[in-house]
Design a protein. Sequence first.
Length: 298
Amino acid sequence: MRTEVITTSPRGLQTDSLPYRLYEKAKRFGVWNPKDIDFSQDKIDWHQKLNDQQREQTLRLISLFQAGEEAVTLDLLPLIMTIAKQGRIEEEMFLTTFLFEEAKHTEFFRLVLNAIGETGDLSHHHTPTYRKIFYEILPEAMDRLVHDQSPEAIAEASVVYNMFVEGVLAETGYWSFYEGLNKAGLMPGLMKGIGYLKTDESRHIGYGTFLLQRLICEHPHLFDLVQKRMEQLAPLSFALNQEGYEVNNGVSAFEVPIEETMQFSQKQIMVRMDVLARAKGQTMEEIYKTTEASVGVL
């Protein structure tokens, strides 16, 4: 039973809080339509300019993003419900845009695949490590929130979803697109959408950073839990990268060495933990007033 309505109380809406500011940014920058993107050049590039290895590697990356975006769209609801039950209205307002954007990302990659004529079964690209992450670890962490809304469970969900899947895996995937297709000047429609996705995801990661900082501020012992979980997940990002380079002797079809990809992933892990560590010395007021730039929001 509801005992109060926050927005008609003297409290109103906390418009200076980071979650509300992310909501404002989502209204301004998140309203793009995948169907407005022109993929005509992408179709030409796919069939006429990419070699066989480049097509195979790009198709693998697109298919992993397609399945990943579907997974995060399906798995986000328990977190939204948890935040709603806590009455954190500004956070829930932002999370409504979060889910909308994940659904739109799912649509975007499907439109790309349709445009280039790749409409068959692509699940063979889901390697054992990928399946471990997206078929087991992610849904299990998020589904736990249905029956367990403890600070530990919320922290686990945010680490897996925001810090690892979005902050490490997706960011590494974007980097690979830019190092490959973008540098080669190929598939402009795909790259235009990737630009939109990267901006959207920066808000998602920014919220996850805020959420974990808030939890760590409230429950300092959680920092060690978060750090340990990231350490456990890190090897999976490296294994996933290696599985993508198996047939190319350590160099991508776009001549990017695996060492550079590994270094980028490692840097993302370190950046996430460095930002979260700041929460140990901050007040709750400081965390709520954190700037977008300080949590990597574009």
